[in-house]
Design a binder for this molecule. Structure first.
Ligand code: DLL
Length: 449
């Protein structure tokens, strides 16, 4: 790949330029019109919202400007769980228009269930297709979808994007990694869509199989999301596979992948603002924070027919990046999601997100991107073990080198994150690999949170 030339070419690549570069005033007018229709539909067709609007003393007709959105009530994950299975649907499930159901895993309560009409699926396809264009894909590209298919929105969301772009879809789902590599090589796959942890596993497996994917494979783009990915891990995947990796964000409650996505500049994720209004709020006061400041991401859907949501509190933490992007898109950008309000660890009074460990580890060439955080109790205090895995070239037999590495990582964590943890360096390949979202934090403290 001749990086620069390709990227310059990509700067011209929009899937829906008329929307992606729309003047702000026009976009906001479109948002207001769609917001009014959404509020009306929610009030009319969903008893939960009628009650919530009435409790808040607001009617859909009160929406005169986008600022009036702040008068509307919030929706939480608990509201969605309580509405299990279909009470938040604006269209009865057997009505003939509900084409598909997706649901979150629901490990800690009822699953959250979301329905899609054909139009909802088409919008989803459009927004994911924008991501395909961001990595230079088109109707000539082969798209390998290695997100899991099923109730999880990754696989079918990417699939819809491929259909919309008219790309050739290779619906691998996750798992059977050697076969993934073999087909990626033999078929000349152009774009890979999967979680970043799985992309890394696919890259490592290809290398173990004796390939040098960065030069021997045709692949040039990766669309990776569903979990945080540090810059270090992104570069590792990019170098190993020879791709440009764009971060894609989404959540099943709001749609699935495609709510926002990076462009080739990898400088924030353009929100599909024609279909979603993003707000960044202080999670304690629920008041908006200024652009550039971190807070909880809240979304209102603008075009969803079956499962519209008003001010859904995602618990994800991000911020709006001020200014306009070099790519020319006018859709505003949110920063990469590095954590969730409910993921935050409090280690001896210091707040840290698991992903921040990954950022620090990225500066150590002796270790891989695989790590685990194990929380145990040490009397009344929390004890944190950070397990990190060495690269195969590291001489694991020399205890002095191991101790030295542990000490250096610890010092770096202390100076960057102000936390003190027990660093445990482990042998190559001893940390479990993930074919989907990686589980990094193991809470063995015995309390159910
Ligand atoms: O993970 C949808 C998705 C599939 C997004 C494929 C991107 C690619 P859920 O399983 O409902 O849906 O999980 C949603 O995952 O609230 C975030 O905490 C996290 N998440 C999603 N994308 C990203 C990302 C899908 N790019 C939850 N970076 C969200 C960091 C992400 N976290």
């Amino acid at each position: 790949m001749t990086g620069t030339a390709e990227r310059t070419h990509w700067e011209e690549r929009y899937f829906q330029a008329e929307i992606e570069t729309m003047r702000r005033e026009e976009l906001e007018a479109l948002q207001l019109e769609r917001l009014k229709a959404t509020a009306q539909r929610c009030y009319q067709d969903i008893p939960f919202y009628r009650q919530a609007f009435d409790d808040a003393g607001v009617r859909p007709a009160d929406l005169q400007s986008l600022d009036d959105l702040r008068r509307l009530p919030f929706t939480t994950k608990q509201d969605m769980r309580d509405a299990y299975p279909f009470e938040l649907f604006a269209i009865p499930v057997n009505d003939g228009r509900v084409q598909r159901l997706h649901a979150s895993s629901g490990t800690t309560g009822n699953a959250t269930v979301v329905g899609y009409t054909q139009n909802d699926i088409d919008v989803w396809g459009d927004t994911f297709a924008r991501a395909i264009a961001q990595v230079g894909g088109d109707e000539h590209s082969i798209l390998q979808v290695s997100y899991g298919y099923g109730l999880f929105t990754g696989g079918l969301g990417a699939h819809e994007g491929g259909i919309r772009m008219n790309s050739t879809i290779l619906p691998m789902s996750s798992g059977n990694t050697k076969r993934q590599v073999q087909m990626m090589h033999d078929f000349g796959v152009d774009i890979l869509a999967c979680t970043p942890s799985y992309a890394l596993l696919i890259a490592d497996t290809a290398i173990e199989m004796g390939y040098h994917p960065a030069t021997e494979f045709k692949i040039t783009g990766a669309i990776c999301g569903a979990e945080p990915c540090s810059e270090g891990m992104r570069r590792e995947i990019e170098e190993k596979l020879g791709v440009v990796l764009v971060d894609i964000y989404g959540l099943s409650e709001v749609m699935g992948p495609g709510v926002s996505c990076e462009c080739q500049h990898q400088d924030g994720l353009h929100v599909a603002e024609d279909h979603f209004i993003i707000e960044i709020l202080d999670p304690d006061t629920l008041e908006p924070v200024p652009d550039g400041e971190w807070g909880e991401v809240v979304f209102t859907t603008l075009s969803k027919e079956c499962s519209p949501l008003i001010r859904y509190r995602t618990r994800d933490i991000s911020r709006i990046l001020p200014g306009v992007c070099r790519c020319g898109r006018t859709l505003r950008r949110m920063d990469r999601v590095t954590g969730r309000t409910d993921d935050m660890l409090i280690i001896r009074g210091v707040n840290v997100f698991p992903n921040q460990f990954q950022e620090v580890l990225a500066s150590f060439p002796e270790v891989t991107s695989y790590y685990q955080i194990i929380l145990t109790s040490d009397g009344p205090l929390d004890h944190v073990i950070l397990k990190v895995e060495t690269v195969p070239e590291f001489d694991f037999d020399e205890i002095r080198r191991i101790e030295d590495l542990q000490r250096r990582i610890n010092a770096e964590l202390k100076s960057n994150l102000q936390v003190s943890v027990e660093v445990k360096v482990v042998e190559p390949k001893s940390i479990e690999r993930s074919e989907g979202k990686a589980k990094r934090v193991f809470d063995l403290r015995g309390d159910v949170r």
